[in-house]
Design a protein around this ligand. Structure first.
Ligand code: GLN
Length: 538
């Protein structure tokens, strides 16, 4: 295949255990290269059979991250967007489902001309094609490819084989492998253990892949002798064994990696024609300092039903932190389940601000309405996102003459369906395909708190929902004081609402948390934090 320009690839694999922060490690390497001035993108490979993350349970898999083009993706894309400050395409998340679907469709169309269609070469070719398609869309200098799961998983084998072939085809001077492992500390033995790292590297090498760098995650720092041992047994250069002990904040990881000269290592290994200059990370270091601030503290309660797994609200948590850091406060975030008969008023009393996140299904919805009521009655700043916005509208309607108001999501025989499904969406039957997804234009109404926050009229935000504010109730609810502060450009869809006579109570139908960056907090989160801070001082 003729290449127009040459992209360099950094492939990140994982060993020993999952959840060791491969996504953050990948994003952090990307941040370093971005700071050097390179055009960097990232791809996440998820070897599961689902086509996308849309139908995955947030309890098991954490948040579903939505890209501008409306793909429901793995939460690691959120890390990449935040660390690299880029906007990724949905196909930057490659799944086994997408790969097989493409191959099977081609086979049905007769695209293989009678050949027997096999994992090698057809699936592996498709994987490489998807990687190259994403890489070639823009003039990327470097594309990071993170392979989900751990080396040795049966389902990752075709991907490892495709990545090995990629290195061969692109030239090993253009492709490097970084293996992220975990070094456990055994209390009983009083020492760190490198054996699991040795084994997982061996497993990787049995697939024909020799890692160039080993990033050893650990709870506490490991010493040089241990790094030497890993280098020796895993056959990598001594300076290519890097330790990233647990950090105070994830945003510190690029700095830790850079202290270990990983930037220089990468630049030399894949022949990037630039100087690895650590001082280029000074701006990032300033952001990290502002995120590490310890006081003043404001406490924000997130009241939702997926609270058992914090990752379910990961972009919201990060957005709150970006916003807090930007105004010089520390956001202490607490999670409270809305799936209870009665909210604990003592716990609620600790919250300087209340955030009701998005969600699906009836369970926990009444608890969200109670949280809205509490925030309204006690003048606590209140931010509702998606289902959270729908909760604010429902609660406002119930307080203003529609005692049984509800969303048609929970009952399709309602007297007052203040939240309802749009006609176009009603026609669609397929679970994964019925939603309003991705970026849409929105028009902000002047003279509102929302306009104060954004400081502009025309904005774009990302959506993921089936239901909308029902226009049949619009005039009446407005006459009762509800403020409509943002709509679709044609004024048809209500996108943002405000509750009157309250310090700050805003709900938005979209998900602002997908667009916040540590260096560019989202205007609504920033305004929410300012309201919380100013109000909590009084
Ligand atoms: N369940 C609601 C809907 O589909 C809200 C979705 C969400 O909060 N993301 O409209």
């Amino acid at each position: 295949m003729e290449r127009i320009f040459l992209t360099k690839y950094i492939i990140i694999t994982g060993g020993v255990v999952s959840s060791i922060g491969k996504g953050i490690t990948s994003a952090s390497m990307g941040r370093i290269l971005r700071s050097y001035g390179l055009n960097v993108s990232a791809i996440k490979i998820d070897p599961y059979l689902n086509w996308d993350s849309g139908t995955l349970n947030p309890y098991q898999h954490g948040e579903v991250f939505v890209t501008n083009d409306g793909m429901e993706t793995d939460l690691d894309l959120g890390h990449y967007e935040r660390f690299l400050d880029v906007e990724l395409e949905g196909f930057a998340n490659i799944t086994t489902g997408k790969v097989y679907k493409a191959v099977i469709s081609k086979e049905r169309e007769g695209g293989f001309l009678g050949e027997c269609v096999q994992v090698i070469p057809h699936i592996t070719n498709q994987i490489k094609e998807m990687i190259r398609d994403t890489s070639e869309k823009k003039d990327y200098d470097v594309v990071l490819i993170e392979l989900g799961g751990t080396v040795g998983d049966i389902e990752s084998q075709p991907f490892l084989e495709a990545l090995r072939q990629l290195r061969n085809e692109e030239g090993s001077e253009n492709v490097m492998f970084v293996h992220v492992t975990f070094i456990p500390y055994l209390d009983a033995a009083g020492e760190f253990k490198t054996k699991p790292t040795q084994h997982s590297t061996k497993e990787l090498r049995s697939m024909g892949i020799n890692p160039d760098v080993i990033v050893c995650r650990s709870q506490k720092p490991i010493d040089d002798a241990l790094k030497q041992k890993v280098a020796h047994f895993c056959d990598v250069d001594r300076n290519a064994v890097v330790n990233t002990p647990d950090a105070g904040t994830i945003y510190e990881v690029p700095l830790v990696l850079e202290e270990n000269n990983i930037g220089e290592l990468i630049v030399k290994r894949i022949g990037l024609d630039i100087e690895a200059d650590s001082s280029k990370l000074d701006d990032w270091a300033k952001i990290v300092e502002s995120i590490k601030i310890k006081d003043p503290v404001v406490t924000i309660g997130i009241i939702g039903k997926y609270v058992e797994l914090e990752d379910a609200y990961i972009s919201i948590r990060e957005s709150l932190q970006h916003a807090a850091a930007s105004i010089g406060v520390k956001a202490n975030i607490e999670y409270l389940s809305s799936d209870v008969d009665e909210l604990d008023k003592d716990v609620m009393g600790n919250f300087d601000g209340i955030l009701i996140p998005g969600g699906f299904g009836e369970r926990g919805f009444e608890g969200k309405l109670d949280a809205v009521e509490y925030a309204i009655e006690n003048d606590v700043p209140l931010f509702g996102i998606c289902l959270g916005m729908q909760s604010i509208v429902t609660q406002f309607a119930r307080r203003n003459g529609y005692s049984d108001a509800n969303s048609s999501e929970f009952d399709d025989n309602l007297k007052y369906p203040v939240i309802d499904m749009m006609k176009e969406q009603k026609k669609i039957k397929n679970m994964g395909g019925t939603m309003r997804l991705g970026s849409y234009d929105c028009k902000i109404i002047e003279g509102t708190k929302t306009h104060d926050a954004y400081g502009e009229i025309d904005i774009e935000e990302r959506h993921r929902h089936r239901y909308e504010f029902n226009n049949d109730f619009r005039d009446d609810l407005e006459s009762k004081g509800l403020i409509i502060s943002g709509t679709s450009p044609d004024d048809f869809l209500v996108e943002i609402i405000e509750v009157p006579n309250h310090p700050w109570a805003i709900g938005c139908q979209f998900h602002p948390e997908f667009k916040s960056r540590p260096n560019r907090p989202h205007p609504l989160f920033k305004s929410f934090l300012e309201a919380i801070y100013n109000y909590s001082k009084n």
